[in-house]
Design a protein around this ligand. Structure first.
Ligand code: ATP
Ligand code: PRP
Length: 332
């Protein structure tokens, strides 16, 4: 994907039969059904019949806590979009510079679900979360795909020891003769959509998934799984648990993204203009973040002469100076 999607791009569309342990999920809505002999419970998220719910404000979902929360507020602040939250337990806030916007603090996965259900119009989350919970739904548009924080990768990891000692690539893992229909490769993951999709796309046939909410790196040593599929950033957790990544095992490179509901952009009054304004501020800030302005007082009769003098200094030889970028305020 390109660094910056000025023409909004849709998250890629995918369709896959759900893995056996996973509940049935339709393309447009998340429906989790849990039944026991005593009762049947149905929780419906993301019920959306195609027409947006009427309201005046644009709803912007931001991570309520976790790794993304602080950095998201910092980014907005750096873009002169100050989020006014009365107290941390209050989940609604305002951005005075965007009078038609209402901020709602939500867990990242709920931001994606609520974009799909039409309860939010815009949001900031990790690409991993959009990809996992968005499931390729075409209503989700990645408006900016590189907000430059929350960097991590979704990666397959196996033990460094035992039968995996000499296995260093996905190909080698797939070719191990021990994986059969009766004894499949067991993978522990929280990514129960992307995991099976990746395995299928890479031709691994005999794979079974288990899921947990955290500390997945313990699963191989506990004998619960052969491999794990989890987020990695520094790699410390893998190392500390005697696990290694393998060549070809990265499912997704992720960072924070700005995501929108296509229907909201098209149908909701003001949504497109507001999104453009946010996007322009982000882009201006992110471009400026790589640049430095050096202000110095130097004698010279013209900008060209000053530029020449700067470039002739060996200690400044790495500087790129264009005469027109030197603002001259010449004093008599
Ligand atoms: N090392 C990392 N481990 C996990 N997430 C990371 C890491 N580095 C960056 N991230 C980003 O942070 C997000 C995780 O944020 P957070 O901790 O709030 O969510 P979560 O744990 O998925 O949420 P929840 O607690 O609701 O399950 C990931 O989706 C990813 O985009
Ligand atoms: O490569 P690293 O920098 O070590 O980061 C990776 C770890 O961070 C995340 O876990 P988190 O800290 O969110 O805890 P969790 O396992 O309880 O989800 C992720 O699930 C990995 O376990």
């Amino acid at each position: 994907m390109s660094q910056f999607s000025s023409a909004f791009t849709a998250a890629s569309s995918v369709s896959l039969p759900p893995p056996s342990f996973y509940v049935s999920v339709s393309k447009r809505s998340f429906i989790y059904c849990c039944s026991s002999s005593q009762s049947t419970t149905t929780v419906v998220n993301g019920k959306f019949d195609g027409k947006i719910v009427e309201r005046d404000e644009i709803r912007f979902g931001l991570p309520s806590k976790g790794r993304m929360a602080g950095d998201t507020l910092d980014l907005l602040k750096d873009c002169q979009l100050s989020v006014k939250q009365v107290n941390p337990r209050q989940y609604v806030a305002q951005i005075p510079q965007l009078s038609n916007v209402e901020v709602w603090f939500q867990r990242p996965k709920d931001i994606v679900r609520k974009l799909l259900s039409g309860d939010l119009d815009l949001g900031i989350v990790g690409l991993d979360t959009v990809s996992e919970y968005g499931r390729g739904d075409e209503d989700l548009i990645i408006v900016h795909d590189a907000l430059k924080y929350g960097d991590c990768r979704l990666s397959l990891a196996i033990p460094k020891y035992g039968i995996f000692e000499n296995i260093n690539s996905l190909k080698e893992l797939a070719q191990m003769p021990r994986w059969t229909i009766d004894r499949p490769l067991r993978v522990a993951t929280g990514f129960t959509y992307l995991g099976p999709k990746f395995m299928q796309e890479n031709g691994l046939k005999h794979v079974i998934f288990s899921t947990a909410d955290g500390a997945l790196e313990a699963a191989p040593a506990m004998g619960i799984a052969d491999a794990i599929l989890d987020l990695v950033s520094s790699g410390t957790t893998l190392r500390e648990n005697n696990l290694k990544e393998i060549e070809g095992g990265v499912v997704l490179e992720s960072q924070a993204v700005l995501v929108a509901s296509r229907k909201a952009l098209i149908q909701r009054k003001g949504a497109l203009d507001t999104t453009h304004e946010i996007l322009e501020r982000f882009e201006a800030h992110l471009r400026a973040a790589d640049q430095f302005m050096v202000t110095a007082n130097m004698r010279g009769s013209s900008a060209e002469e000053v530029a020449e003098r700067v470039l002739s200094q060996p200690s400044l030889s790495g500087l790129q100076v264009r005469p027109h970028s030197i603002s001259s305020s010449l004093q008599a």
